[in-house]
Design a protein around this ligand. Structure first.
Ligand SMILES: Cc1ncc(COP(=O)(O)O)c(C=O)c1O
Length: 335
């Protein structure tokens, strides 16, 4: 498994298996702190990296949907070590580095944030973040728990010209069983126990059952290479929605990449968390119910990204497009 992951991800030479995405990001951050000898971390509002204390600050995913982006139970002293910035603003990152650069261990981000809906980086943004991390001696962590093996076999770093220091993986890597992983260059990973002073271990880490399932899933992806056809199915649904909403006169923005997309009720582009909060998400409920009534189970939250999977064969996409068009046509104006 380790050889397969290292063969797929250009940033990974050495990998540590864990049991979930949460463990992967939590341990990668501890490693970054141990490696740099610094305390603070930078995350971006609306990005979700699992449920460890330092990451439940302005989080996305269920935390956002349930109205608790800053979870109760996280001590203020812990939250104070997490600097939260707006995604897509290099000025905000520059300001943080100029104020606290010497104490910033790492910058962690979802390279294509997908836990507040899908928000794509501006051209060059990821390269600029890479550049600022390198100049300030902070590690760059790409959280590819969601995008790994999904946007491409090798995640966002497979299609963007940016190499992070550490990468975290989860979800698909377990083939349906609980697995996470994090990895990077050997000279950083060697700081982990038992070779180094940063402790990490787990009873079930690397257990043969979960890793066999994960390896089988990756081998299937390598054999069948579904990425072009997933992207084509995505384009068909996105175009259907664009046409239907245009006909109806309801402004929407639908960012997409590979098999992921998201529907924002917005006249303007959605570039960061604040933009997401300004979208007219009240439209989403009638849209969701209309689609469900017509047999299409779309994400149950305006802040969840949509995923097309290999189970969605062409005839199913046809039916979904038909039902989604009818759903949009039947939408009643907001009361
Ligand atoms: C980008 C990202 N990172 C980390 C996590 C946490 O993974 P897990 O739920 O396996 O702990 C998630 C889960 O949704 C995620 O989307």
């Amino acid at each position: 498994m380790a050889e397969t992951i290292a063969g797929v991800f250009k940033s990974i030479e050495s990998v540590r298996m864990v049991n979930s995405g949460t463990e992967a990001t939590m341990s990668a951050i501890r490693l970054a702190r141990g490696y740099t000898g610094r305390n603070k971390i930078v995350k971006f509002a609306g990005c979700y990296h699992g449920h460890s204390d330092s990451l439940l600050v302005k989080a996305g995913s269920g935390a956002l949907t349930c109205g608790n982006p800053d979870s109760a139970g996280v001590p203020a002293l812990v939250a104070a070590q997490t600097i939260v910035l707006p995604f897509n603003s290099i000025d905000a990152l520059d300001a943080a580095f100029s104020l606290e650069g010497k104490d910033i261990a790492c910058v962690i981000l979802e390279p294509y944030p997908a836990n507040m809906g899908l928000v794509l980086p501006l051209p060059d943004y990821l390269s600029q973040v890479r550049d600022r991390c390198s100049r300030n001696g902070s590690l760059l962590i790409f959280d590819e728990v969601m995008t790994g093996f999904r946007i491409s076999l090798s995640g966002v770093q497979g299609i963007e010209p940016v190499v992070p220091d550490l990468t975290t993986l989860g979800k698909i890597i377990g083939g349906g069983l609980p697995v996470g992983a994090f990895g990077g260059p050997r000279h950083i990973m060697e700081h982990l126990a038992p070779t180094g002073p940063v402790y990490q271990a787990g009873t079930l880490s690397g257990n043969p059952l979960a890793l066999s399932a994960g390896l089988a899933a990756i081998e299937l992806l390598e054999q069948h290479d579904p990425y072009n056809s997933l992207a084509e199915s995505t384009r068909r649904i996105v175009q259907t929605l664009i046409n239907a909403f245009a006909k109806k006169g309801i402004p929407v923005k639908i960012p997409y990449s590979g098999s992921m997309f998201s529907l924002f009720f917005s006249e303007t582009e959605v570039r960061q968390y604040e933009d997401v909060l300004k979208t007219r998400s009240t439209w989403y409920k009638p849209f969701f119910n209309g689609a469900l009534k017509r047999g299409v189970f779309v994400p149950p939250s305006a802040y969840e990204t949509w995923f097309v999977s290999t189970a969605h064969e062409s005839n199913i996409i046809d039916k979904a497009c038909e039902a989604l068009s009818a759903t949009v046509a039947a939408l009643e104006p907001e009361s």
